[in-house]
Write a protein that binds this ligand. Structure first.
Ligand code: HEC
Ligand code: HEC
Ligand code: HEC
Ligand code: HEC
Ligand code: HEC
Length: 619
């Protein structure tokens, strides 16, 4: 099988990147040419490390690194904001540029569009990368250089890091283009939801020795907190959580859905539901100190949760994600990938029994180091468990099964039943966001008295896919298409060369005909992102709305007088296994096999609800 034949091929992200010293938003054919040339030239990473944005040579650039950072890393903010850091570090904002799915789809699109899609994807997922005009460096490589102090792009791996949200000084609308992020090292002003009052008061405490200027001895702090109340507006999130492309495709639509929702009418914001005490519900905020300096806490105030729970969850090695400065100090990403935590390295159980001549990778030969690594991983596991709880709470707040109706079964009508699924969120559709890969489906199994399965829907093929149109088993005719499948996933539709339409997994310019078709098209994809004819076939439930999942078991499958059990389950999964397959391209930075990655995604799916009903067919 095609899929299986590919399983063992390790796929790495190419070490190819773009360096644009001055790129304006007028993407011309000329630019397309430069782009594809740059892409083809594959400048080695070391060359990049020697070039500062102002064009200074290697040595000077290196010194400037520490004196003149454009964008501080979240690790620097952690010193005084450990709570926000901890929550953010395991969030999907922090995962935005590490995500193997993101990087591989981005790479695949770049190669299909000959580079003309440029920084389209990074603008939201890795905004520092878009501002610095550098993309497509392997994250594993990038981090190695950052660790060696040689890469001024260190914080780029942090994706949507602290300064991305706290260095905005303008009210941007939807992000169809790049947004400016104010630059400067740790001393530069920070933009916060309130004002400088607490900071000014804290600075007065001379024991804390806070300094707001470079060159003075003490704890470096942002010069001033600039009031930026826009941070508390839903529109702030809409900057990335909505993008309408000139082609008309709504790639992300959460904010658009929100605008006409009940929540918007009631004045309930994204922040109320996503940064408050209870994930997914407007139940108020914590009230606690926002900064801890040494052991001194600042005055309590409204405090927001920076985890931003969602359906996604990390599939990466726990030494790489969540972001943890201890982990970065101990080993590079590449070295962490060699640390076999599943075998128990660094636990007494493993270490007491390991053979003396056991071959470890060079970095991990020292047993003490393995113990140290294990300690870091334990801390990361604890954080991930917390995050999983937050995620489940959020999802349960969104999806409610209100009713199950079992019709009286008979040998003439068969067995008919239906399940009512409601979107309890009054602020946007469910699912929302990247609806073209979010699965919310019912798994239904009907068994007879002997435990034989007579009917099923929402079950998986051996790859982990549902029996739907992209299942390789269904396509090969080895399994039956699941006609009654209830799945809220949406699809991209793209017009084919001959005028028809079909679903497309990744809407990029493609030739549907054998006739030669020259790419890229006349319209730059950097602006359009999708082929002009593409649209979204939306299948999610509107705020407060509901859908019925209806099932029919044919009389030919049933026996008179028999008792049947009907087991029903609601499952949420971040993406289908086949999505991973089509996205593979160049880009799984971390040496994953497709099989392993698909397995991790399936293992991370969430059971949101289940029940069992029993019915007997009259004689
Ligand atoms: C996706 C955007 C986003 C990112 C990333 C982000 N923040 Fe925030 N932050 C906000 C918003 C929005 C608020 C205001 C929330 C409110 O009061 O409704 C906020 C509030 C704060 C506050 C005020 C106290 C509080 O917790 O409410 C601090 C301090 C803070 N952020 C620090 C950080 C640090 C440090 C990081 C990185 C580790 C970070 N933020 C990353 C959006 C972000
Ligand atoms: C040396 C300590 C220190 C460091 C380092 C530090 N902060 Fe702060 N920060 C503070 C203090 C003190 C306050 C005031 C607390 C408050 O407003 O409740 C504050 C407040 C904030 C606020 C809230 C402002 C508001 O309007 O409510 C934000 C946002 C913030 N910091 C972001 C950051 C980010 C991002 C970084 C890293 C680039 C950072 N801070 C680094 C000490 C620090
Ligand atoms: C700079 C762009 C940007 C801003 C601003 C932003 N987000 Fe995000 N957000 C993203 C991206 C990109 C992702 C997905 C990253 C990934 O997993 O690859 C994301 C993920 C999320 C998720 C997790 C969804 C999941 O997949 O699990 C939630 C919830 C969320 N954001 C809410 C918010 C809210 C609420 C705000 C406003 C306070 C906000 N975001 C501001 C870009 C942004
Ligand atoms: C009334 C509370 C509420 C409001 C308001 C709200 N959300 Fe949500 N949000 C939820 C709940 C609950 C979920 C989980 C169920 C779901 O996936 O829809 C969720 C899910 C999400 C997700 C995950 C997407 C997915 O796959 O379904 C994102 C991203 C998100 N919200 C962003 C936002 C943004 C941005 C706003 C503001 C424009 C916002 N939310 C407003 C409650 C809310
Ligand atoms: C306008 C901002 C924006 C742009 C541009 C954008 N995204 Fe996203 N993307 C988001 C947000 C917001 C989410 C999270 C939505 C959710 O959780 O449902 C997301 C989620 C994703 C996810 C799922 C999360 C993950 O990492 O597995 C993938 C994959 C992804 N985007 C790929 C891309 C690719 C590839 C491009 C470029 C073709 C792109 N995105 C362009 C905002 C954007």
């Amino acid at each position: 099988m095609f899929w299986q034949s590919k399983l063992t091929v390790p796929l790495f992200r190419p070490q190819v990147h773009f360096v644009f010293q001055s790129m304006n938003v007028r993407f011309t054919v000329m630019l397309a040419l430069i782009l594809s040339l740059t892409f083809a030239m594959a400048i080695p990473v070391s060359a990049l490390a020697q070039k500062a944005p102002d064009g200074k040579s290697g040595a000077t650039a290196h010194e400037d690194l520490f004196r003149n950072k454009q964008f501080p890393s979240a690790f620097e903010c952690k010193v005084c904001h450990p709570v926000q850091f901890r929550q953010w570090s395991v969030s999907h904002h922090a995962y935005g540029n590490l995500s193997p799915f993101f990087t591989s789809v981005e790479n695949a699109i770049l190669s299909k569009t000959n580079g003309t899609s440029a920084d389209t994807c990074s603008r939201c997922h890795a905004p520092l990368s878009a501002v610095l005009k550098t993309m497509q460096i392997s994250n594993v490589k990038r981090q190695q250089f950052a660790q060696a102090g040689e890469d001024f792009l260190g914080p780029v791996v942090e994706g949507i890091t602290c300064v991305v949200c706290h260095r905005f000084d303008k009210r941007y609308g939807k992000r169809s283009a790049r947004s400016l992020i104010t630059q400067g090292d740790i001393f530069a002003p920070i933009f916060g939801p309130t004002n400088n009052d607490i900071q000014a008061e804290t600075e007065k405490d001379s024991r804390l020795n806070l300094v707001t200027e470079r060159g003075k001895k003490g704890r470096a702090i942002h010069k001033v907190v600039e009031p930026y109340p826009f941070l508390r507006a839903s529109r702030f999130c809409g900057n990335c959580h909505s993008s309408r492309l000139p082609t008309g495709v709504h790639n992300e639509e959460t904010f658009d859905e929100y605008r006409t929702s009940q929540s918007a009418k009631d004045g309930v914001t994204c922040q109320d539901c996503h940064m408050g005490k209870v994930p997914g519900e407007n139940k108020g905020f914590d009230f606690a100190p926002a900064a801890v300096i040494g052991k001194t806490e600042t005055k309590p105030r409204r405090l927001s949760n920076h985890y931003f729970a969602g359906p996604d969850f990390s599939v990466l090695h726990p030494g790489i994600f969540p972001h943890n400065p201890d982990a970065v100090q101990l080993a590079s990403y590449a070295q962490w990938l060699e640390f076999d935590h599943k075998k128990g390295w660094g636990t007494d159980e493993f270490e007491d029994n390991v053979a003396d001549d056991h071959k470890f990778p060079k970095h991990w030969e020292d047993q003490d180091l393995r113990y140290e690594a294990r300690e870091i991983l334990e801390a990361n596991f604890e954080l991930m468990d917390w995050a999983k709880d937050q995620r489940k709470t959020l999802m349960l707040a969104g999806y409610k099964v209100d009713d199950v109706v079992m019709n009286k079964p008979s040998m003439s009508d068969g067995l008919n039943f239906k399940i009512k699924l409601r979107n309890a969120v009054l602020g946007h559709n469910a699912p929302s966001g990247f609806i073209h890969e979010r699965m919310i489906f019912f798994q239904v199994t009907v068994k007879d008295g002997q435990g034989n399965t007579v009917f099923k829907s929402g079950d998986r093929d051996p790859n982990g896919d549902l029996r739907e149109r992209y299942s390789r088993y269904v396509r090969n005719g080895e399994m039956k298409y699941d006609k009654q499948l209830f799945n809220l996933m949406s699809h991209f539709m793209a017009r084919t060369f001959w005028g028809g339409e079909r679903t497309q997994l990744r809407a990029v310019p493609f030739s549907a005909a054998v006739r030669p078709f020259i790419r890229p098209p006349t319209n730059p994809t950097a602006i359009h992102m999708r082929p002009e004819s593409a649209r979204s076939k939306k299948n999610s439930i509107e705020p407060g709305g509901h859908r019925w999942a209806e099932y029919h078991v044919d009389p030919s499958l049933l026996k008179a007088g028999e008792t049947y059990t009907v087991h029903m389950k609601l499952i949420a999964q971040q993406m289908p296994a086949y999505f991973i397959h089509v996205s593979s391209g160049p880009g799984f930075d971390y040496g994953f096999s497709l099989r392993e990655l698909a397995k991790r995604v399936v293992d991370l799916s969430i059971n949101l609800w289940e029940t069992t009903e029993t019915v007997t067919i009259a004689n």
